[in-house]
Every structure is written in structure tokens, then in C-alpha cells.
Design a protein around this ligand. Sequence first.
Ligand code: 26Q
Length: 835
Amino acid sequence: MSNKTPVKSQDSSNGAVCVVKHWQDAPKIDENTLADDLTRHFYYTLGRDKVGESHLYLYHALALTIRDRLVARCRATKKHLKAKKTRKAAYLSLEFLMGRALSNALLNLDLTQTTREALQQYCTTLEEVQDAEHDAGLGNGGLGRLAACFLDSCATLGLPVLGYGIRYEYGMFNQSIENGHQMEQPDNWLREGHPWELSAPEQAVRVKFFGHVEIHKDKSGREHRVWANTQDVLAVPYDVPIPGYKNDVVNTLRLWKSEATDEFDLTEFNSGSYSEAVAEKNLAEQITMVLYPNDSSENGKELRLRQQYFLSSASLQDILLTWVNQNGHNFDDFEKYHVFQLNDTHPSIAVAELMRLLVDEYELDWQKAWNIVTKTMAYTNHTLLPEALERWSVPLFAKLLPRLLEIIFEINARFLLEVARHWPGDTEMQRKLSIIEEGPVQHVRMAYLAIVGSFSVNGVAALHTDLLEKGLFKDFYDLWPNKFNNKTNGVTPRRWLAQCNPALANLINSKIGDEWVRDFSNIVNLRRYFDDKSFQSQWQLVKKENKQRLCEFVKDRTGIEFDAAMMFDVQVKRIHEYKRQLLNLLHVVHLYDRIIRGETQDFVPRCVLLGGKAAPGYYMAKKIIKMINNVADVVNKDERTKGLLRVAFLPNYNVSAMEVICPATDLSEQISTAGKEASGTGNMKFMMNGAVTIGTLDGANIEIRAAVGAENFFLFGAQTEQVPSIKENYDPNALIENDPNLKRVMELIQSGHFNMFEPGLFDDIINAIRSPNDPWIVAHDFTSYVEQQQLAAQTYLNQETWTRISILNTAASGEFSSDRTIQQYSDEIWQLSPM
Ligand code: 26Q
């Protein structure tokens, strides 16, 4: 306990004497008290007296012990920021795919060893306790995990960045496989409690929905728009601490939960329908109930728009309230201190909401408010698929957010004047660029709103940004070339190497020290050892151990036995036609076909692992999962494949699974149709862990290949510029006839070999591959894919060569750290100074 005496002070408001304790007086906690703190939380905070089977309470006690240490640093970080009045960024995202927090916090606070020792008295290991933590799966995939990696990098670089998101009651669904089919189960991740968060109900804000707009005149005759008769929802913040790596910085991720206000529908209430009136509360609570599980398209759901507005409004209000507390209603230099990064168009309604808050609530004139908006908003695009661009119907908008719709129309009217000035007389251009799409029903184009309202628009890999400028957003690029910029994605080397692959991390440390964990550009120093024989064999040994661990994991979850002596060929990511899991599967069938034909000279034994979730309404993606499982079943049961080929579909692929998978992978499958994958980030996690990529020239693969050298990357397939002409006279059936391998593969599939008791099951898949309109040109890329797979296998036969390439991949992965990405966001968009 503190030995400082409490401070007595006079409360000026009511004259009463009160006792104030300052946070500096909080009991000291440090490395030496960790074991005692753990025991105290276990026995007293949680009221437990023995370690149960599950380790759940021990995990909770440990999490609380670590959270105490985070809270202390978080307070210091906040105090520092307040004292310095620094410029801050807010990262607005509908998704933060955080995964587990414990091991990350231990690494970043440098408490892993101390914790191991503290756990000895409980006769258990840190690994077992860590396993009791439920993933925070508040995201679909790439975009959500990127947000999580960015938070880690911001804290590590000491940048003042706040994350703002939604505290979904149910995260990404849990996937199980029944008879080869995907089944979805709700992810009730909060059921056992979430020890990392701290709620701040006193900072709740109100978010308005529905109602209508009234025009009021004040005494001076000025018109004011009043959004009246609204149904309000409370946004309650829950703060999650984000520790930097060994720098005492702890930033905050603020997640909003929706709650009902205490107002009831009085008519219902008074007419005696008390219960019905209380049940109305449900409607408010629905908003943050569940994460939408599709990572593209399926647009138009009203609840989704409510989520987007709820997040945007609550976050902006939060920041404006803090501003007004410190500066009153003077917004003169607001843009000097704030910048908002929009993670795709999902929170892009923030453009209109900031206008509403400034104009309606804080009474700024339009031009002044627009100046602030267009100097503080920045938009990141994550997709090239035109069908994935968000559009909201105007009638829906009018009903749910009438005042926001008015503002969007006003923004658009002024924008179209600018278009008319730039392209005089070109009404077609005005129609093309309008934020409002005309048609039987008008729609709001959210990407256009984001571009018009932002000072920066960025893509997430060099090719992607290039395609945005030349394709999707070409006219906007012609209008405002300087808004556009590239920020190639990255992943955090803390979670994706130091934490998930401790054996490799230690081996790396033994040669180049551990400075790479903080500054990943140092990883290039590993190049010096790629030819070192003893280093190579240690490298192989580590890979083998990691493969052993993955074998157990796969066995545990699928019953399928992998063999660590075989090559591990892995594709894990969301299931999508453009990502072409089907192409991978055709290659598997080809390998199987070789085996049953006895063509096994030089055959390199492989374990092929696939995993990923399909959006519940995506018919083809679900078929692909079923087909992977059926093929796996037939292959694994066939005696002839023993020791040569194993295939598994890993159910419920998530962040924690990737932490076991990427350290064990030999060959990383990044095989999307060129021009479709914006960046990819799994490709970077595999590379860091020494996997070699087989891939197309798509997304960040291009930069990965350039970094590691063409000779250390297995390249195949059509290039982006070739795709349109290939599609023009695409004849997959001729391609199938001309490639004997593909012909046999298709015949084997068509013979029903993989669906003996389920006739017709894969007809849709067969037809898709054989269709002259196949947008993913699977048949076209098959031939060169198999060629490169053969080259990869041959290369793998020579373990020395393979290991060299593997080391070179890790050594060349320096630029794929999210620290590099965030440094660029900070220097080129946010203009932040480190704390
Ligand atoms: C859309 C409408 C309704 C509900 C949900 C959605 C929705 C949700 C999530 C649309 C898209 C997403 C996520 C997209 C995503 O993850 N994109 C990926 O972003 C990565 C990070 O930049 C890139 O590496 C990937 O290439 C890109 O596919």
C-alpha cells in the first residue's frame, strides 16, 4: 500500500471536506508483486480456491493481474497526451480481429518469464493457461486483422492513435463441419467474461435514428435544421488497452455497446403494456448484437447501416466532446489536432455525421465545417470487386437517417458544381461521379462519399492502388490526383513471429540479436546466414518441431494424421471464388490421379491443408468446402496414397489457428486471379515464418516477389493486363482437352469418384470451371500452376536449397511489418509525432 498521506481538499461547490486520492497513490505493482497479485485475484477477486480442469479462472486471474499493469501505463499515456495537447488519429473500423490478448500483453510488457515462474505454484504451464482464452473474433478476415496489427504498431511506435469499433455480443461465427458441410454456430465470446475491458458508462453518448427534419428560425431569422422526434440509442464505451512493445505506451481501443435509453414509449407504458414497453429495449440492443459474417457484397441490410452510423456517430461525438471540454465551441484549429482514418467505406457515413455535428449541434457555417471534414477524413479502400462497393438505397436512408441524407444531397450538389467546372458541359461525367446513383431507386454510393469527403484515398498494395487510379476511381483520380496514395499492408512481427514462433525467434536472436522485434528492418541481417550449413540445419529442426505441433493440432481437430516429414502445403483464408481454393483442389486431385496411375517417380510427399469460413449465404463457397472435404476423405482413405498425400480441411480457421499454422508451413498458397486480391496479409505472415510462396502476380505478392527475388518465389498464372483478353475468347473446354493432366482431373471429378453416394453434387462446380464466362479463369491458370507446383516439389527434394530459400524469405520480409506501414500512414497522411 502507498505510504503517502491522502490529500485533504476543500470542494468549492458545496464546501464539504473530501478526501482525494491521486492515482499516483495507487499501490505499486511491479515484477516482484506479480505472483502475489495473481494469487490475490484468484482467491479474492474471483473467489476461487482450487485450479479446476479448465484453467479458466487461472487465466482470468492472470489477465486481471496483467490488466492492472496495463491500466497503470494507460493512465500515464493519457496524462502525457493531455499535457502535451498532441495531434491524434482515430482509426474507425467496423472490425477489429484481435484474437487472444494475453500472450501479446506478456510479450510487450516483457513479463513472459516472470509469469512462467508465478504459474509454477499452480503446477501448470503458461501455454495451458493461454489456451483458456477465447479469441476476440470481432472481424471477418484481412481488413479486421489489419486493424488489429495496426493498433499494435501504433502503440509500439508510440503514436497517439485511438481505435474505435463495435463491441459485438457475437463475433465471427464458429464453423464446424458436418458430413463435409459448413455449419455455423454463434460465437458467444463474452459468456465467460472479457477481463481486458473497462466500461465507462459515464461517458455514454446518445445516437439518433428515425424521426424527421424540422426547420426552425431563430430570432435573427437564421434557419436551423432540427432532427426531431428521433428514437435514441445509448452508446456505452468499453475500453481495451493496447500495449506497445517494451515502451510503456498503452493506447486504447474503444468499443461501443448499444443500450436502450431509460425512456419508454409512454403511450404503451401508460396503457398498461409495461412489459411490452420494456421489451422495446431489445431493439436498441440489437445494434451491437452480431458481426455481419460476409467479407464482401450482401449489401442493403438495414441493421448493418444502423451499426455503421452508430459507430461513426458515437466515435465522433466522443472526440468532439473532449474537444469542447478543452476548447469550448472554438473549432478554429480542430484539424490541426485530429485525423480520422476510415477502414473501408463501412464507417464512411462519418463524413456526413461530422458535418451534422459541426453545423447542427455546434452551429458552424457549412463552408467552415466542410473545411474541417475535408482536412480530417482519410479513406482506405480494400477491394477491387465492383460488386463489393457499398450502396445504400435512398428510401432506407430517408427513413433511418433523414438529416444525414439531406446533408449528403447538399454535399453532392456542391461537389457536382465542382465536376461541372472541371468538365464544362459534360453532364455524363456528372452522372458518373454523382454520390447519388440514379435508377429505379436512387442509391448512395458510399465510396464516392468517402472520396469526396477525404483529403487522402489509399489502396493497400502497389498494384491495388494502381488499379484504383486507372480503373475503379479513374475519374476521381483525374480530378484529384494528389489525394491518391498507396500504403502497402503489413503485419505485426510481434504476434506473427516473436510470439507465434518462439523457437524460430530464439534461433534468429542467437545470430542477429533481438532488436528485430522492435525494428523489423533488422531482419535483413539474417541474409548473412542463409548459406551457413549449421544454421540451415537448426532452421530445419525448428520447422520440423513446428510441423509436429501442427500435426497434433490437425489430428485433434480433424482426426487426420499429417506427417512432419512431408511437405506442408497450406491455403488458409476466407473461402471465395476469386481466391481460387478450387484451383488448389484441382492440383490435389491431379496429385491423387498421379498416385493411382502409379506415376510416382520423384513424387514429393505432401500434406495439403485448407481452411477458412464461407459467408453463410455464399452458395458456391459452401460447395467448395464440401468438395474439399469429400476429396480429402477419398484421398486419405485410399491405401495407395499412404506416405504420399494427405489432405485436410481445418474447421474454424481463426487468428489462434493461424498462430499454429504459419510457423509450420513450407509452401504458402497465394493463388487469386490476378487483379482481384487487394493485398493479402496471410502471404506476409507465412513469409516471415520462412514459408515459400506459390502465387500469382496479385496484391502484395508482387512486392513479396520483388523483395525476395524471383528465383525464390514460384510464380504462375495470367497477369492482370492479360486477364481481359483471355476472357474475350475464353474456351475452358478446349483448354481441358489440351492439357492431359486437367483432362484426367476433370474426368475423375465428373465420374463421381468424390461423390459416390451424392450424385450431381459437384455439377455446379464442374460447370463453373467449364463455363466460358468463368471470371476466375481457373482452367486457364491450371497448367502453369501445376508446372510451378512441380518445380516447388523438385526444389523441396533438395532440403539444402529449400532451406536457403526459406531463410531468404524471412530475411526479406522486413518491409512487410505493419510498423513500416504505420510509419508511412503517420508520415504521409496523419502527420503524428511519437509520444
Ligand atoms: C459488406 C457489406 C455488408 C456487411 C459486411 C461487408 C464487408 C465486411 C468485411 C465487406 C468487406 C469486408 C472485409 C474485406 C476484407 O477483409 N478485405 C481484405 O482486406 C485486406 C486488408 O487490406 C486485404 O489484404 C485483402 O486483400 C482484402 O480482401
